[in-house]
Design a binder for this molecule. Sequence first.
Ligand code: EPZ
Length: 432
Amino acid sequence: MAEHLVVEGGTTLEGTIKIQGSKNGALPLLAATLLSDGRCTLSNVPDLKDIRTLLEIMSELGMSVDQRGPNTFSMRVTDETKSTARYELVSQMRASIYVLAPLLAKRGYAKVSLPGGCVIGLRPIDLHLKGLRALGAEIELDHGYVVARAPGGRLKGGRVFLGGPFGSSVGATANTLMAASLADGKSVIEGAACEPEVVELAHFLNRMGATITGIGTPRLVVTGVPSLGGARQSVIPDRIEAGTYMAAAAITGGDVTLEDVRMEHLGAVVDTFEKIGVRIEELDEETIRITRPGPIRPVRVTTLTYPGYPTDIQAQLASLLCLGEGISVVTEKIYPDRFMHLAELNRMGAEVMKEGASAVIKGVKVLKGTDVMASDLRAGAALVLAGLVAEGTTRVHRLYHVDRGYECIEAKLASLGAKIHRVKDAAVTRAA
Ligand code: EPZ
């Protein structure tokens, strides 16, 4: 049964929490294990709906997975006869497209349901297909599926530029990198995404025996190898979850310590939060303390590819700026339509207008609790943040979005003093 979160506004968050392993970091690592002939072990994997969906897809593709502890998975391919990822599973999560390249490169054939768009925009996969075609893949779109073949069973090294209209693509870079690792010869990926999650994937592939250089730069050079072996890796801390709890501390004027944080992944976020008056102290290499000594100051910020300000912390920042002392402008350069949270924030008393790909946010003195709806996981998190400071009660519906990316959000916030709990939706009976 569907659930919602009930948040009583007005508490100041205080205490310490640990940041989960990165959702967007774990997903490509899990998919990459399909390339291996050996056993792979991943630790610090967050316990999330999206991870479970990908594991289910991988089980259907012949992967045998043992869970060894709450966040550790050990896996090995035991059956390579199936190469189809079904619509019913792929439609639950776009990142399922990550199985396309490993299946194609290792098994010579892949049939993966087209993931389609979602509420944050159209989300095409043309760059994924461009990357794979550059490596010799023959691809057709057939009844809603991507059907890809490697002539003679092997891909061939090639050269490709992966920059698109909204910058380089994380997913296309990851898929092309995985495919190139097992292709014959050398590949060069120009305009590659530099996000930490891509960097981690490249390191993991190298641990499996791949030869990738230029890691962390927009030019990746891959010398294909005939096979890849087993490897172990710990998933990096989730920079987006960290940014979300930084915003939670800041919006309530609290004093929160976050453990397991990589500051080097949060440069633009720390810079923006400092501009608006949030203090971030590095207590040690992996621990930060967040306080807000004064009012929230307005800011102009634009989301960009890494190392720019991340789109995945845009909605949470918008909630914070709703209470800023002046007018802020938040511009989306990655997903120009990722603004569904604005109408919900306005229902809570915010004064936000959308102008093209920008949100113009006029700070107000108070937000007021009401029923609001999460449109995607980050929009949902933003509404929870608004609920923490709103007068009265906020109920955030469509909680399944939030559960895709945040491990026990209500337990973490409650441990910091928030008044928040999860409730099952009442069954709706309609009159005939
Ligand atoms: C990843 O999505 C993340 N998902 C997203 O996180 C994140 O918002 C996004 O990167 C940007 O940082 C995962 O890692 C699982 P892209 P991805 O390909 O790889 C366009 C969250 O909240 N594009 O880098 O799908 C695309 O439409 C989520 O956790 C093409 O034009 O994003 C977008 O405008 C949501 N053609 C831009 O590029 C393509 O073939 C960047 O998308 C692919 C993408």
